[in-house]
Design a protein around this ligand. Structure first.
Ligand code: GLA
Length: 706
C-alpha cells in the first residue's frame, strides 16, 4: 500500500482515526470529531528537528527498530540469530464491520506475516491483538510480541495497581514522566500483586473529570505492561505476555496470537470509563447463558468449619442457611480423600468416605429439598506431595527435573501439558458434575507457579492455555454449572478468565472495612455482580477486627452477596440480622446487578460512597461508608450524579447503624421527612451527610415520582 489512506472506527462517544500506508499509525483516539478527515490530516504532520533521524518516524501499532522507532519494539525474535529486526509492510486491510479492522502486513525477507486486529464496540471499548506467522523454513523463536497503543502528549498521570494476598486491588497515583512506568508479573497467575491494568489521563483526572484512557490485559499468566514517554515527548503503552526463553518457537506455517488488550477512552473521568468497561463486560465477556440469571445468595462453609466436615452438622448448617434466605449452599475445601488440613490430598479428587460414609447424596438432597442449589470447591491444578496422585505420578508435577522448587501452601502445580494428568482431572470433575446435582463450582488456585517446566522446557504460556482448555471442556459439557474463579482470593481476576467463569472471589479478606477499598479498586473494571461479597463473622478471621452486623451487612450488599460463617453458632438476634440483610440485598439485587455504577466523590476522605442508578434512571441506591473518624464535626453534602436532572426523586433511608440517633444532638432533618428532590439538586447540591461513627454505613434509596 503506497497511497496513505485513513480509516476510522467509531463508538458511541469515541473515535479512532488510523492512517494506513506501509504501516499503521493512530492519529486520533478520543472524542468523536466532525469534519472532513482527509482534508484536515496534513495539519498534524510533525516537524523534523535537527540532531536526530532525518525523517519523521511514526509511532506505529508495531514499533520496529528497523524503521528507526526507538521505543520498546513490538516484536523481538530470531531464526537462529537471523531475521531479528523485521520491518513489516501492510499488504491488506479488511474492515469487516464499522468496528472491526484487520491489518495484514508482511516482511518477506524475514519470512514473517503479522495480523493486527482492532475492534471498537458500541460501549467505546477497544480490543486489540497481534498474530505472528512464520512463513519461512527454520524455527522462529519469539521473545516478545506486544500490543502497542499510543497515548496523547496530554496524558500526564497514571492510576496503577498494587496489592497482595488479603489486600488486592489497591490503587495509587503517579506522574507519567520520562522513564515511564512498567509492571512485570512473573507469578504464573494473574496475581494479587500486579493486576493487569492501569489508567492514563490528563493532569488531575478524577472520578468525574479529565480525559482518561484505561487498559486491561486479558491474560491469566505472566505479563508486562508499560506506559512510556519518549524523549521527543510522545507517549505510548504496551501490554504483552512474558515469554520464557525458547517457549514460543514457531515452525514454518505456525502462528502465535497474543491475548486481547482492552482499552477505553472517556472524556469525563473514571466513572465514565468504568461504565464503558462494565457495559462491555456485561454484554461481551460474561457468558450469555449467565447474563440474565439471578445471582443466588451464597453460604460458603470455609470460614465456618474449615476442614472439619461432618455431614450431619453440615446439613444443620444448610437448614439454618435456608432460614436466612440463602439460595446456594457451598461445601468448600475439606471434602475429598485425606484432606484434613492443607498439607495433604490435593490431587485426590475422590469423596472422603471416612467423612461422608453415605456419600454426598444425602447432603445434596437435603440442600435441594430446602430449595437451595448445591456447590462444591475444587482446586484442580494443584498437587500435594502427600497425595496418592503424587505417589502414583510424580511425573505429573510442573517442574524442571533436578531442581527443588519451594512449596506454596505445602503444594505444587500439576503439569496440564501432560495429557494423562489433564485427562485425569477432566475425568474427575466430569465424574462429580455428572453424578451429583451440582450447580456451582468454586475453582481455586492457591499457589504461584515457580518453574513451569514441561519435559524440561519452559511452558508458562501453554500451562495457562491448558487451564483455559480444561475449564472450556467442562463448560461446554455443563453450561448450566456456574463457576467462580478464586486464587487465594483475588489472584486470578481478569477478562479472559471471566469469559469462562461467572464470578470472582475478590479477596480472602472478609473484613468489611478492607473490603470497601478492595471492591472499589476492582470496580474500575468489573461490575458488582461478578464480585463475590460475603458477610463474615463478627471477628474477621484474617484481621481480627470486629464489626457490627449492620456494617458487615451493608459492605457485602454491593456485590454478589453471600455469608461465610457457621450459622449454627450464631444467636437468634444475629440470625435475624443476617436474614434482614439477605432480604434487603434481594430487594435491590436486580438494580445492583444491572444498573449504572458511580463511585461518588465526598468532601471528607474518611467517607467512601457509591451509587447504582437504574439504566432508565427510575431509581437508585446509595451507600455511604464511614471508613475512619470524620475529619471535621460536619462532613458536607453527598452529591449523587447520574439521575435524570429534570425528574423528581423521593429519598428514603433503607438502613442505618445502630445507635444512629444517639451519636448526634440532631441528625439531618431530611432523614425523617418526606423529601422529594430533583435529579439536578441531587447531582449538584446533594444531601447533608449525617454524623456517623467510624466503620458504620448508611443505605439510601431514591425513587422517581411521576
Ligand atoms: C483459598 C480460598 C478460600 C478457601 C481456601 C480453601 O484460600 O481463597 O476462600 O476456599 O482456599 O482451602
Amino acid at each position: 500500500m503506497n497511497e496513505k489512506k485513513l480509516v476510522e472506527l467509531t463508538g458511541k462517544h469515541t473515535q479512532i482515526i488510523i492512517e494506513l500506508g506501509e504501516y499503521a499509525e493512530i492519529l486520533h483516539w478520543g472524542k468523536k470529531i466532525e469534519g472532513e478527515l482527509e482534508r484536515c490530516r496534513s495539519v498534524i504532520h510533525r516537524p523534523v528537528p535537527q540532531g536526530r533521524l532525518d525523517k519523521d518516524v511514526a509511532m506505529t501499532l508495531m514499533p520496529e527498530l528497523g524503521r528507526g522507532l526507538f521505543s520498546s519494539p513490538g516484536l523481538e525474535g530470531h531464526r537462529d540469530g537471523l531475521d531479528w529486526a523485521p520491518v513489516f509492510v501492510i499488504t491488506d486491510v479488511v474492515q469487516s464491520s464499522a468496528g472491526h479492522l484487520l491489518i495484514k502486513s508482511e516482511d518477506k525477507r524475514a519470512g514473517l506475516k503479522l495480523s493486527t486486529e482492532l475492534m471498537l464496540d458500541e460501549y467505546d471499548v477497544i480490543k486489540t491483538r497481534q498474530t505472528l506467522k512464520n512463513i519461512k523454513a527454520g524455527k522462529y523463536y519469539l521473545n516478545r510480541l506486544a500490543n502497542t497503543l499510543p497515548l496523547p502528549a496530554r496524558t500526564k498521570e497514571l492510576m496503577t495497581y498494587y496489592g497482595r494476598w488479603v489486600k488486592e486491588f489497591q490503587t495509587q497515583r503517579q506522574p507519567l514522566l520520562q522513564g515511564g512506568y512498567q509492571q512485570e508479573n512473573r507469578r504464573g497467575r494473574t496475581s494479587h500483586e500486579h493486576y493487569p491494568a492501569f489508567v492514563a489521563g490528563t493532569e488531575d483526572f478524577s472520578e468525574n473529570h479529565g480525559e482518561v484512557w484505561g487498559f486491561h490485559f486479558a491474560w491469566s499468566g505472566n505479563h508486562r505492561m508499560r506506559a512510556d514517554v519518549k524523549v521527543d515527548g510522545r507517549r505510548y503503552m504496551q501490554a504483552e505476555v512474558i515469554y520464557f526463553p525458547g517457549e514460543i518457537a514457531l515452525e514454518q506455517g505456525e502462528s502465535h496470537t497474543t491475548p486481547w488488550l482492552y482499552a477505553s477512552y472517556n472524556a469525563s473521568g473514571l466513572n465514565g470509563m468504568s461504565q464503558q468497561f462494565h457495559s462491555h463486560v456485561r454484554n461481551s465477556v460474561i457468558s450469555p447463558d449467565y447474563k440474565e440469571k439471578v445471582r443466588p445468595v451464597h453460604l460458603n462453609t470455609w470460614e465456618g468449619i474449615y476442614f472439619d466436615h461432618d455431614p450431619e452438622y453440615i446439613m444443620s448448617m444448610a437448614s439454618q442457611a435456608a432460614e436466612l434466605g440463602v439460595e446456594r449452599f457451598i461445601i468448600d475445601d475439606g471434602w475429598f480423600k485425606g484432606r484434613d488440613d492443607d498439607y495433604a490430598a490435593l490431587g485426590d479428587w475422590f469423596l472422603d468416605e471416612r467423612k461422608y460414609p453415605n456419600g454426598l447424596e444425602p447432603v445434596i438432597e437435603h440442600v435441594n429439598n430446602l430449595g437451595m442449589e448445591f456447590g462444591l470447591w475444587f482446586e484442580p491444578e494443584m498437587i500435594n506431595k502427600d497425595s496418592d496422585m503424587y505417589r502414583e505420578h510424580p511425573e505429573w508435577l510442573l517442574a524442571v527435573d533436578g531442581y527443588n522448587q519451594p512449596e506454596g501452601r505445602h503444594q505444587y502445580v500439576v503439569d496440564l501439558m501432560n495429557d494423562d494428568a489433564f485427562n485425569f482431572l477432566y475425568e474427575r470433575l466430569d465424574y462429580f458434575l455428572g453424578k451429583y446435582n451440582i450447580g456451582y463450582i468454586k475453582w481455586d488456585m492457591n499457589r504461584e507457579i515457580v518453574q513451569p517446566g514441561h519435559e524440561g522446557r519452559a511452558s508458562g504460556v501453554k500451562q495457562t492455555e491448558r487451564f483455559y482448555d480444561l475449564v472450556d471442556l467442562l463448560r461446554t459439557k455443563y453450561p448450566q454449572v456456574s463457576i467462580e474463579s478464586c486464587a487465594s482470593g483475588g489472584g486470578r481476576v481478569d477478562f479472559e478468565v471471566l469469559k469462562r467463569t461467572d464470578r470472582f472471589w475478590p479477596s480472602d479478606n472478609n473484613d468489611a472495612l478492607e473490603r470497601q477499598t478492595i471492591q472499589r479498586g476492582m470496580s474500575y473494571f468489573f461490575p458488582p455482580e461478578v464480585m463475590g461479597s460475603h458477610i463474615g463473622s463478627s471477628e474477621c478471621h484474617c484481621t481480627r477486627r470486629k464489626h457490627s452486623i449492620e456494617f458487615r451487612g451493608l459492605m457485602a450488599m454491593f456485590g454478589h452477596m453471600g455469608i461465610e460463617l457457621d450459622p449454627v453458632k450464631e444467636d437468634e438476634t444475629e440470625k435475624q440480622n443476617f436474614a434482614h440483610y439477605v432480604e434487603l440485598h434481594k430487594s435491590i439485587r436486580s438494580l445492583l446487578h444491572s444498573g449504572v455504577n458511580w463511585r461518588l466523590t465526598t468532601d471528607d476522605p474518611a467517607h467512601q460512597a457509591q451509587a447504582v442508578v437504574a439504566k432508565d434512571q427510575s431509581e437508585a441506591v446509595v451507600l455511604i461508608a464511614q471508613l475512619a473518624m470524620p475529619t471535621n464535626m460536619t462532613s458536607g453534602n453527598l452529591r449523587i450524579p447520574g439521575l435524570d436532572e429534570k425528574a423528581q426523586y423521593r429519598v428514603s433511608v433503607l438502613d442505618k447503624p445502630a445507635f444512629f440517633e444517639r451519636i448526634a444532638n440532631t441528625q439531618p432533618p431530611w432523614m425523617e421527612a418526606d423529601n422529594v428532590l430533583s435529579g439536578s439538586w441531587c447531582g449538584e447540591i446533594g444531601l447533608s451527610i449525617p454524623v456517623l461513627d467510624p466503620e458504620t454505613a448508611l443505605l439510601l434509596k431514591l425513587e422517581r415520582v411521576d
